[in-house]
Design a protein around this ligand. Structure first.
Ligand code: G16
Ligand code: MG
Length: 220
């Protein structure tokens, strides 16, 4: 029986991908690397430091910086990113999310967040939905990021549930792999092509219907 939802943040609860992109683009320009929105797709769901490493590799500069310098560059990106997220309001919830959270509450489901973002709690506060979640997985506590299932195991654990009692919702391929490997029913948000590994998928968050997801998960 499904008793909980474990949700990704960026691309599911709110769309911060554009802010990540703008902050990375500005940082990349400063070190002579050009990135575009197509390249940015690869960074979704990937941790801050791994994102920087992909950008450096893309610009042929993966050997140019020490670990300390990389931390400094990632910190610069985060400083700029934080100026963007300061402006987030409840109006920035993804379409349909307010309803989904309400429906989940009515159905008595417990909710947690499994986001790679160290800014997740701040963002949930800005969106004024933080108190609707029983827990937010601390990405600092993880040995491995997505696609490793660890973050979704922890998301279920925070709810006192087994992965089989939860539905995981994700918009990134790495995230869907993580949910599947955790033994949780995976719901993908995105194109059929990118969400082909998901147990069930919808094209946008507005189509995330609680009843339908539970029905699919329980009849798997
Ligand atoms: C999000 C974004 C990623 C970002 C990561 C870390 O993941 O999709 O692009 O790199 O968080 O964010 P921060 O730099 O704020 O720690 P998710 O898991 O919410 O999709
Ligand atoms: Mg995401």
């Amino acid at each position: 029986m499904i008793k909980g939802l474990v949700l990704d943040l960026d691309g599911v609860i709110t769309d911060t991908a554009e802010y990540h992109y703008l902050a990375w683009k500005s940082l990349a320009e400063k070190i002579g690397i050009d990135i575009d929105r197509t390249f940015n797709e690869q960074l979704k769901g990937i941790s801050r430091i791994e994102s920087l490493e992909l950008i450096l590799e893309h610009g042929g500069k993966d050997q140019s910086y020490s670990e300390e310098e990389k931390e400094m560059l990632a910190g610069k990106k985060n400083d700029e990113y934080k100026t963007f997220i300061e402006r987030i309001t409840p109006a920035d919830l993804c379409p349909g999310m307010e309803k989904l959270l309400l429906d989940a509450k009515e159905a008595g489901l417990a909710l947690s967040v499994a986001s790679a973002s160290k800014n997740a709690s701040t963002i949930l506060e800005q969106l004024q939905v933080k108190d609707q979640f029983t827990g937010v997985v601390d990405p600092n506590s993880l040995k491995n990021g997505k696609p490793n299932p660890e973050i979704f195991y922890k998301g279920a654990e925070l709810l006192g549930l087994s992965p089989a009692e939860c539905i995981g919702i994700e918009d990134a391929e790495a995230g869907i792999d993580a949910i599947n490997d955790a033994g949780m029913f995976s719901v993908g948000v995105g194109s059929k092509e990118s969400m082909k590994a998901a147990n069930y998928f919808v094209e946008n968050t507005e189509e995330l219907d609680l009843k339908k997801m539970i029905e699919k998960a329980e009849n798997k």
